[in-house]
Design a protein around this ligand. Structure first.
Ligand code: FAD
Ligand code: FES
Length: 232
């Protein structure tokens, strides 16, 4: 259990909050795909910690990017620079790297969080990848600010019409990439419906896929099985 100090906070639109936290222990151990369990609020209510993916980690700092959806995330979003957050982590499996790509990375909505960290790690060692990211709402396109200035091949989709973005789902855009390129593996994270559609789609069946799911979490460390997901 650690106390991480918020050193930077950004409010992105009405729903998203970005924190940079100082906690050298977590920052030095974190790998793409891992998360932290965050205690929200100063009392035991809400009792359960909330899982949040690690957006990036470097030196003594790591970042969180989360959508305010309920009580816990709203309490967390009310914290400010200088406040401390009670976190446990890094937890969970990280994405594996079994070959040298090229990789197709497909992020739906806040699935951007772990995959942004993954793309950074590939970019650092010059492994080739294509990054597809998609949002349901135009308002979420503001998250693209994190991708600005990156020397990555990025394709953006939005289900609402937006400027300079493909109008459709992230799977539509990923399908086009698959037809035009050759990839060794797919990494995906996003809402269940998106991952389910991908699993049912023949065009995605010929490649190994590593997917990160959101599930209700109790302990965050393999004890309670509340996060278990049926394979078929
Ligand atoms: C491994 C993992 C990583 C995640 N990373 C991110 C991230 O980087 N950014 C982000 O915005 N969101 C992320 N989430 C989702 C985030 O954990 C939930 O949005 C958050 O827990 C909701 O808490 P709340 O109290 O605000 O909402 P509540 O009022 O409790 O509920 C609102 C919604 O959130 C769901 N929820 C509540 N508690 C949990 C829980 N313990 N685990 C999962 N879902 C829950 C509920 O089913 C409900 O649909 C992640 C989830 C998991 C499992
Ligand atoms: S949350 Fe996964 S085992 Fe408890």
């Amino acid at each position: 259990m650690s106390k991480a100090r918020i050193v930077e906070k950004k409010e992105l639109g009405k729903d998203y909050i970005y924190f940079v936290l100082r906690e050298p222990g977590i920052a030095s151990l974190a790998s793409p795909g891992q998360f932290v369990m965050v205690r929200v609020g100063g009392s035991w209510d809400p009792l359960l910690r909330r899982p949040l993916g690690i957006f990036w980690a470097e030196g003594e700092h790591f970042a969180l990017l989360f959508k305010v959806v309920g009580r816990g995330t709203s309490a967390l979003g009310n914290l400010n620079c200088g406040d401390f957050v009670d976190v446990i982590g890094p937890l969970g499996n990280s994405f594996s790297r079994r070959d040298n790509g090229p990789f197709l990375i497909i992020a739906g909505g806040r699935g951007l969080v772990p995959l942004y960290f993954l793309a950074h790690s590939f970019s650092r060692v010059k492994l080739p990848f294509v990054f597809c990211v998609g949002f349901k709402f135009r308002e979420e396109l503001q998250l693209l600010r994190f991708l600005e200035g990156k020397n990555w091949k990025i394709f953006v989709a939005c289900e609402e019409e937006g400027e300079k973005v493909f109008c459709g789902t992230v799977l539509d855009v990923a399908r086009l990439c698959l037809r035009q390129g050759s990839f060794s593996r797919i990494y995906a994270c996003g809402p269940h419906e998106f991952l389910r559609s991908m699993a049912m789609d023949n065009e995605f069946k010929n490649l190994p896929v590593e997917a990160s799911f959101e599930a209700l979490m109790g302990c965050g460390c393999g004890l309670c099985l509340s996060c278990a997901i049926k394979k078929r």
